[in-house]
Write a protein that binds this ligand. Structure first.
Ligand SMILES: Cc1cc2nc3c(=O)[nH]c(=O)nc-3n(C[C@H](O)[C@H](O)[C@H](O)COP(=O)(O)O)c2cc1C
Length: 206
């Protein structure tokens, strides 16, 4: 029974373009995998903590050395990593905020990239999260497609690919859903806008 980990970052609920297309992805994935399980990690629903001293100190100590504060900080990280490790496929639906990932997605990344757990650390620096694929749907007001001068300002897709590769996830496909400003400014509807991207999203779900 394959498991899809569905990570959603947009706080805009039903108005969110990345969530709308992610919904289509999940529906198509369920048809492909009738016995599959979908686990939702909604980053906009509950704020994750930022990594701080208890977490940073705790990751280098053994469990018997952890203070209660470290235990609490590491428990969140443990839960997110367990969720990631038990998935076969990952979907990330996210906006672009200020040319990169929203803070809630960065908080998730900081908690799951962990030496000796998801990557080996030095000297090998090998990713330990292997055998998974990841599809990423990025909604942005502007367009950053390859070949456009604006592509140089997309610090999100390359960053996500890099950090996922660092922990061993190399089978990554990014779908850039650029131009959502047209919906925000009322020159098109969400339905009309998302229709252009649906074929690529459905293909990625197969
Ligand atoms: C705080 C903030 C920062 C944003 N920064 C960018 C940006 O750097 N580039 C861009 O093209 N759009 C930017 N946008 C627009 C969003 O990417 C766009 O509205 C997108 O559709 C949001 O995803 P969603 O529809 O899934 O919520 C920004 C929006 C917000 C609220």
């Amino acid at each position: 029974m394959p498991t899809l980990l569905n990570i959603q970052s947009s706080p805009r609920g039903l108005n969110s373009i990345s969530r709308s297309l992610s919904h289509d992805f999940v529906a198509a994935w369920r048809i492909e995998h009738p016995d599959g399980k979908v686990v939702l990690r909604d980053l906009a629903e509950n704020n994750l903590p930022y990594v701080g001293i208890p977490w940073i100190t705790g990751i280098f100590l053994t469990t018997d050395q952890h203070t209660p504060e470290m235990q609490r900080a590491l428990a969140v990280s443990d839960e997110l990593i367990a969720e990631l490790l038990s998935a076969d496929e990952i979907l990330i639906g996210t906006p672009m905020y200020n040319f990169t990932v929203p803070a809630n997605l960065k908080a998730w990344i900081d908690l799951i990239v962990r030496p000796r757990v998801t990557h080996s650390g030095p000297p090998d620096r090998k990713g330990l999260v292997t055998g998974k694929t990841c599809k990423i749907i990025i909604a942005s007001g502007g367009t950053y497609d390859e070949g456009l001068p604006s592509a140089a300002s997309d610090y999100e897709s390359g960053y996500l690919k890099r950090v996922l590769a660092f922990i061993g996830i190399t089978g990554v496909e990014v779908i850039l859903v650029g131009g959502t400003a047209a919906v925000a400014f009322g020159s098109t509807t969400t339905e009309e806008f998302t229709a252009q991207f649906r074929p690529a999203v459905l293909a990625a779900a197969r």
